[in-house]
Design a protein around this ligand. Structure first.
Ligand SMILES: Nc1ncnc2c1ncn2[C@@H]1O[C@H](COP(=O)(O)OP(=O)(O)OP(=O)(O)O)[C@@H](O)[C@H]1O
Ligand SMILES: [Mg+2]
Length: 163
C-alpha cells in the first residue's frame, strides 16, 4: 500500500480515561491502516474499544498518545475550527443508534448538516430530498422519526451487536 492509498493511519494510538481513582484503558497502542476506496470492518467484543477508536478517527476525541493521520495530515494538529470543518465536510458517520432530532421530521433532520455546510434552506431541502430518494425513503420525508418501527441488529440475530 502506498502513502496515497491510505485514508487513515494510526500509530500506537491510545485512549485512557480517569474514572474516579481508576485509569480505564479504552484503546491500547492501536496501529491501524485504513485504505481509500475499500470496506474496512473494525470488530471485537463489547468493551474492546471500537467506538473509542472510531471517535478518535472521526475527529471527536483526541488520543491520549500516538499519532493519527487522515489523508497524510495530522488530524489533531488542526485548530478546533479546522476540526469542525473536517467533521462537517470530510467524514460522515451513520450511527447504529439513531441520533435523530426528535422534534424535527425526516426531511428536516436530513437537511440539518447541510445548513452547517453553508447551504440555504432551499438548497438543503433539494439535496435532502435527493438523498432520501437515493435510499428509497422519499415517502417518509414528512414523517416524524419516532413513528418508525426500527429494525435493529438485535431484531435480526437476537444479539445486541453494536459499533
Ligand atoms: N467516556 C468514557 N469514560 C470512561 N470509560 C470509557 C469511556 N468511553 C469508553 N470507556 C471504556 O473504554 C472501554 C472501551 O469502550 P468502547 O465503548 O470503545 O468499546 P466498544 O468496543 O465500542 O464496545 P461495544 O461493542 O459495547 O459498543 C470500555 O471499558 C468502556 O467502559
Ligand atoms: Mg461501541
Amino acid at each position: 500500500m502506498t502513502q496515497h492509498d491510505k485514508l487513515i493511519t494510526t500509530v500506537n494510538v491510545a485512549l485512557n480515561f480517569k474514572v474516579g481513582d481508576q485509569d480505564v484503558v479504552a484503546v491500547k497502542d492501536a496501529t491501524v491502516s485504513i485504505p481509500t476506496g475499500k470496506i474496512t470492518i473494525i470488530f471485537g467484543p463489547s468493551g474492546s474499544g471500537k467506538s473509542s477508536l472510531l471517535n478518535m478517527i472521526s475527529g471527536l476525541q483526541a488520543p491520549s498518545k500516538g499519532s493519527l493521520k487522515f489523508n497524510q495530515e495530522d488530524l489533531y494538529g488542526k485548530t478546533p475550527n479546522q476540526l469542525a470543518y473536517f467533521r462537517a465536510h470530510e467524514l460522515g458517520i451513520v450511527y447504529q443508534t439513531n441520533y435523530w432530532v426528535k422534534s424535527l421530521n425526516v426531511i428536516e433532520n436530513v437537511s440539518l448538516p447541510l445548513y452547517f455546510q453553508g447551504n440555504t434552506k432551499a438548497q438543503a431541502h433539494v439535496k435532502a430530498l435527493a438523498a432520501l430518494e437515493r435510499v428509497e425513503m422519499l415517502e417518509f420525508a414528512k414523517n416524524n422519526p419516532s413513528t418508525f418501527g426500527w429494525r435493529t441488529a438485535k431484531d435480526c440475530d437476537g444479539s445486541s451487536n453494536s459499533l
